[in-house]
Design a protein around this ligand. Structure first.
Ligand SMILES: [Zn+2]
Length: 193
């Protein structure tokens, strides 16, 4: 039985509360990467998720292709969403101990801006996960494309049709059928710390 860390991208969708109920019902915890521009109206749900042991990560403000952005615009995307995540933690009353960032589309910048973008993340105190077995960017958690590899991270997307049509749930249940188990809140923190 291999343990997977579940990560959720592009949250929160309009069905985010269903996603949360589903995962809590199964005892699965996750790192939730939010788009800053999707957060309005979902602040309390996200704060409640933190209290249930979920970690909120930064997935930029408006999900741009970072290879199309100047270093200055990239900084703004990262910092703006970072403040929004800070606000969610403040609302939850919990400390924001672990900071993770995932670049949209897995693209960390151009050859010219990539280093500067990593420096912004370092400045803001983002951590490189120790458990990553595949890593494209220092501060990013890798995507798990192949469940048979040694990678320990699975990414699923909080998209309204995926959740409504059951694809989100199907991926998780298929992974469980293939003898993977997902971290609960204690295991998640143990793996990350
Ligand atoms: Zn995304």
């Amino acid at each position: 039985m291999k343990e997977l860390i579940l990560t959720i991208d592009d949250a929160p969708s309009p069905l985010f509360s269903d996603v949360l109920d589903y995962l809590v019902g199964k005892g699965i915890c996750a790192i939730i990467f939010v788009r800053g521009d999707f957060v309005a109206g979902h602040e309390q749900e996200l704060a409640d998720a933190i209290k249930k042991g979920f970690i909120i990560g930064n997935h930029s403000y408006s999900h741009p292709h970072f290879d199309k952005l100047s270093a200055k615009a990239a900084r703004e995307e990262i910092v703006r969403a970072d403040k929004i995540v800070d606000d969610i933690y403040r609302l939850s009353g919990r400390e924001r101990g672990l900071k993770y960032f995932r670049f949209p589309y897995g693209v960390g910048g151009t050859p010219e801006t990539e280093g500067a973008n990593q420096n912004v993340l370092a400045e803001l105190g983002y951590s490189a996960p120790r458990f990553a077995s595949r890593r494209d960017w220092y501060w990013d958690i890798p995507l798990l494309y192949d469940w048979q590899t040694d990678a320990t991270v699975l990414v699923v997307h909080d998209k309204e049709p995926n959740v409504r049509l059951g694809l989100f749930q199907y991926i998780i249940e298929e992974a469980e059928k293939q003898r993977f188990s997902f971290c609960d809140r204690n295991e998640l923190y143990k793996k990350l710390l």
